[in-house]
Design a protein around this ligand. Structure first.
Ligand code: IPT
Length: 970
């Protein structure tokens, strides 16, 4: 055993030797950044530490070099992973639960770094070491003297180093433990990763300087005036040159101002100064209230179109570059996201600066989650055990104190999934006392006794509707019930974005718009936490279990709207359309365009409205709509542009599309960036003349011939116009999505694969072939070995006017009491036909309940580009409402025609390959393309964590017929 005292590791104390928490400030006091190269050694536990490593004389030449900030498990994962590997669990603690004790196997990192105090480092005052984030527990020495220890991974800790610094070279030593008592409070759904993962700085604190600042900047929407009071040390002066404000700390000034909102993020530069220090602030004037059961900013109900954001980078874990933070905010703004919940800890403080600057509403959440206690009926849950009270309060203090000057933060959140108890209530009371200007949020107590908003996660549409009517279930205590029923409602998590989906977002949005009380929500979640890996040069993203963790939660950690590399997923494009802040209606009947401004604060003066008429996908005419700026909450109705009336007879389907685009560059997108769009059909497709006489089938080469098509002896299409294929057959299967595979009840995929149905291994039995008359009719029964139920499928082939037509009649036999994955046919075609065009919904994938973002038009792509690269492979890439699609290559084209519409996917692998793959890199191209032409597909829902597919988007089996045409050309 080492002679060091390690009792702090398992002590519930949040730390020792620390300075009081204070705001993160942009000061002109001297600072020295202590990032980059540190010496590092990783030990296996407290028994494997280095006595005397804190001694400046200790020889660390044999130690490794690591970068700070970083997380030690993220190093060289494609190589020999020198410092262990990431571990993922969602709810369960990855160690035996025995609070506050943690395992002896407690990876412990020892860090050493020398630094030289610059010659001009000011004399006098204090010198402070600031750690922005260390996961999870650490102790600090300067020149061999212990300064203290700390916990609270995503919270800053400061130590006073003044007395122990030397002129010239100094030695800083830090020992970091992966596990500590604090691990019980940090059970967030994410990778367990450790180290000094946010910056470390040495800060000079001048005598008579500005230790802390709390700017209270309110806005009175009735008078248009802002009121500013800045709590700062006595003697400090506060100036806001643009407003002519020059006041003493503690004094109040008032002036006419432009308010701050997420839509209009107006900031005023301010300076707080004493003789020895100057702090720059960016002031945003806004007032947040809960009034009459409604959450208001600046007197107005505000609708949150939010996302939950974890900090994630596929290469560095929770260490993020400023560029990555900025990209997150820009991507959010570009996709009409207007709010972020910082799930489930305060983010790197620079992220909040970006939210102030670019405009996002923020719920700043404290670093707290004790979810794993749910497995023991919340017995011993720290939230209600007095010995943890100080640790809870400490976390709340450090959150509020650090972040209190951000106008973007409109609520404090106590944490996540920590059930309920006196310690949470105490955090709330403290926060309200310290900052009466912000409501308190916490989801874990549905009685809502100590919060200002009623918050829930994953409530389904029906319950959300009841809550909207304030007719939700009663709380036992009538007083609490009254309190709760009079609170505004938000879904702090909904629309679980795992894999393909989430479906059903537009139905939620309608509820948020319909009920004053329902003020929106936060999609779970922003980014897939996949870890980037390479095998044989191919990139893939790892998830739980890929590092051999004995206890893990698989790919539940990849459930974001952007992929790990921050490429937007179809779910984000769908969200962008669903929450668009301007709604455009194009009504062909009345020949009018309606533009509604759904924003809360800004008019539409920043937008231009571009229109275009397309005929069968060819642009015939385009222009700009002349619209006045529309006030928030208002609408404008204008007639179609005169040029539209002057267009000649349509040659095909004619659509008018109106797009709202940015009129000029914004800090987060360029002029021309699309915000919203609407479409209306001006003319339906011109009906094709009825085919003149159909060809008769004839026997040929042990099969049949019909027009330019040949069939084998079992009546399966083998070639059309000389192009060889495995002709279409009934197909009901899709590679299950995360939402098919999981559910709080019975996952749909279980039903599908159950022996009674076994849709994944259907067999086709030909019952009879009829080649008499004008065409070929093949009757079949489709069922799986051992299954009770089956489908009758009759294929009626006709050839007329150079086209081959197929009508498939399906008839469920037996008890089909569940929705089908898909209903359509599958075929295999030559590999070189890989250029794809279609007229229909696009450009992206769409399913029954994820189809808002699909507009009607003519699109081109390649087979590979049609694939959505979900981290965990699953059904993807379907294009919806397709009138025709063609595959071309090698000088040939194969065209599919709808009667009227179909959906299609085309892939270089089969549905079975997709289902078997565990990672992108498992998918290997075959020597043919597999195409599905579908009459219908089951919706996506979000059953992986939330409601399943709404009834109207389920694909229920019933007797149906659908028709498709086929033609080839050279
Ligand atoms: C909910 C958690 O709050 C969140 O962190 C995440 O785990 C999410 O689920 C699922 O991805 S808790 C769940 C029990 C509803």
């Amino acid at each position: 055993m080492s002679r060091t005292d390690f009792s702090y590791v398992e002590s519930v104390s949040p730390g020792s030797g620390r300075r009081d928490p204070r705001a993160a400030l942009a000061s002109d006091a001297a600072a020295l950044h202590l990032d980059r190269d540190w010496r590092f050694r990783l030990g296996a536990g407290l028994h494997d530490t280095t006595d005397g490593f804190e001694d400046p004389a200790f020889d660390d030449d044999a130690w490794d070099w690591v970068n700070v900030p970083s997380m030690w498990q993220m190093h060289d994962l494609d190589g020999d992973a020198p410092y262990g590997k990431p571990q993922y669990t969602n709810v369960v603690y990855p160690f035996p639960v025995d609070p506050p004790r943690v395992p002896d196997a407690n990876p412990t990192g020892e860090y050493r770094r020398t630094f030289t105090l610059p010659a001009d480092w000011p004399a006098g005052g204090r010198t402070v070491l600031r750690f922005e984030g260390v996961d999870s527990c650490f102790a600090v020495w300067v020149n061999g003297v212990r300064l203290g220890d700390g916990k609270g991974s995503r919270l800053p800790t400061e130590f006073d180093a003044t007395e122990h610094l030397e002129p010239g070279e100094n030695l800083l030593a830090v020992r970091v433990h992966q596990w500590s008592s604090a691990s019980y409070l940090e059970d967030q759904d994410m990778w367990w990763l450790s180290g000094i993962f946010r910056p470390v700085t040495l800060l000079h604190r001048p005598e008579g300087g500005i230790e802390d600042v709390f700017a209270h900047a309110d806005y009175d929407h009735r008078t248009g005036r802002g009121t500013l009071t800045v709590d700062a040390p006595e003697g400090a002066r506060v100036t806001v040159p643009e407003l002519g404000i020059d006041i003493a700390a503690g004094e109040t000034a008032s002036a006419p101002v432009e308010p701050w909102t997420a839509e209009t993020p107006r900031l005023y530069d301010a300076v707080v100064a004493t003789a020895s220090e100057r702090v720059n602030l960016r002031i945003g004037f806004r007032t947040v209230t809960v009034e009459g059961g409604v959450l208001k900013v600046n007197g107005k109900r505000t609708l949150l179109r939010g996302v939950n954001r974890h900090e994630w980078d596929p290469d560095t874990g929770r260490t993020l570059s400023v560029e990555a933070m900025r990209l997150d905010v820009e991507l959010m703004k570009r996709h009409n996201v207007n709010a972020v919940r910082t799930s489930h800890y305060p983010p790197d403080r620079r992220f909040l600066d970006l939210c102030d600057e670019l405009g996002l509403w923020v719920i700043d959440e404290c670093d707290l989650e004790t979810h794993g206690f749910v497995f023991y009926e919340w017995r011993d849950n720290p939230s209600d055990v007095p010995m943890w009270r100080e640790a809870y309060l400490d976390r709340m203090r450090r959150t509020v104190e650090r972040d209190k000057n951000h106008p973007s933060i409109i609520m404090w959140s106590l944490g996540n999934e920590s059930h309920t108890g006196q310690n949470l209530a105490a955090m709330s009371a403290w926060a309200k006392d310290r900052d009466p200007g912000r409501p308190v949020h916490y989801e874990g107590d549905w009685d809502s006794g100590y919060v200002d908003v009623y918050s829930r996660m994953y409530a389904d549409h029906a319950e959300t509707d009841r809550i909207g009517h304030r007719t939700e279930e009663s709380t036992k205590d009538p007083a609490l019930d009254t309190h709760r029923r009079n609170l505004p409602f938000i879904l702090c998590e909904y629309a679980h974005a795992m894999g393909n989906g989430p479906g059903g977002m537009s139905e939620y949005q309608r509820l948020f718009e319909q009920h004053e009380r329902c003020q929106g929500g936060f999609v779970w979640e922003w980014i897939d936490h996949g870890v980037r890996r390479h095998t044989d040069g191919r990139e893939w993203f790892a998830y739980g279990g890929d590092f051999g963790e004995p206890v893990h939660d698989g790919n539940f950690v990849v459930d974001g709207l952007v992929f790990p590399d921050r490429e937007p997923s179809p779910g984000l494009l769908e969200f962008k359309k669903v929450v668009e802040p301007v709604r455009i209606g194009v009504d062909a009947g009345s020949r009018r365009i309606t533009v509604e401004n759904l924003r809360d604060f800004a008019d539409t003066g920043d937008l231009e409205f571009a229109w275009a008429v397309e005929d069968d996908g060819d642009t015939e005419h385009e222009g700009r709509l002349d619209l006045p700026a529309i006030d928030p909450g208002n609408a404008a109705i204008v007639p179609f542009p005169p040029a539209v009336a002057e267009l000649g007879e349509p040659k095909g389907e004619r659509w008018l599309t109106v797009r709202a685009v940015l009129a000029k560059d914004e800090p987060w997108a360029e002029a021309g960036h699309e915000i919203a769009w609407g479409q209306g059909r001006l003319a339906a497709a011109v009906a094709a003349p009825a085919p003149a006489g159909a060809a008769a089938a004839e026997a040929a080469d042990s099969g049949y011939r019909l027009g330019n098509a040949t069939f084998d002896a079992l009546g399966r299409l083998t070639a059309i116009g000389g192009l060889e294929l495995d002709g279409p057959r009934l197909d009901l299967w899709r590679a299950p999505t995360d939402n098919d595979l999981r559910s709080w009840n019975a996952p749909l995929a279980d039903k599908w694969k159950d022996m009674s149905a076994a849709l994944h291994r259907l067999e086709h039995k030909v019952l009879g072939i009829d080649a008499a008359g004008d065409g070929l009719t093949v009757a079949t029964r489709v069922a799986a070995a051992g299954a009770e139920i089956g489908m009758g499928a009759v294929y009626r082939w006709r050839f007329a006017d150079g086209r081959l037509w197929l009508t498939v009649e399906v008839n469920p036999e037996g008890e089909w009491d569940f929705p089908l994955p898909r209903l359509g046919v599958r075929a295999a075609v030559p590999k070189d036909l890989d250029a794809v065009s279609w007229f229909g919904g696009g450009p992206g994938e769409a399913y029954a309940d994820t189809r808002e973002a699909a507009r009607i038009g003519r699109f081109t792509s390649t087979v590979l580009d049609l694939q959505t690269p979900y981290v965990f492979p699953q059904e993807n890439g379907s294009r919806i409402d397709v009138r025709w699609a063609s595959l071309s290559g090698g000088g040939r084209t194969l065209r599919f025609l709808g009667a009227p519409h179909f959906a299609f996917t085309v892939r270089p692998w089969t549905s079975e390959d997709l289902e078997a793959a565990r990672h992108r890199s498992d998918l290997v191209e075959r020597d043919r393309l597999y195409i599905n032409l579908d009459a219908g597909l089951q919706g996506m829902g979000s059953a992986a964590c939330g409601p399943g597919v709404l009834p109207e988007h389920r694909l229920l089996p019933r007797a149906t017929a659908f028709t498709l045409g086929f033609e080839t050309s050279e």
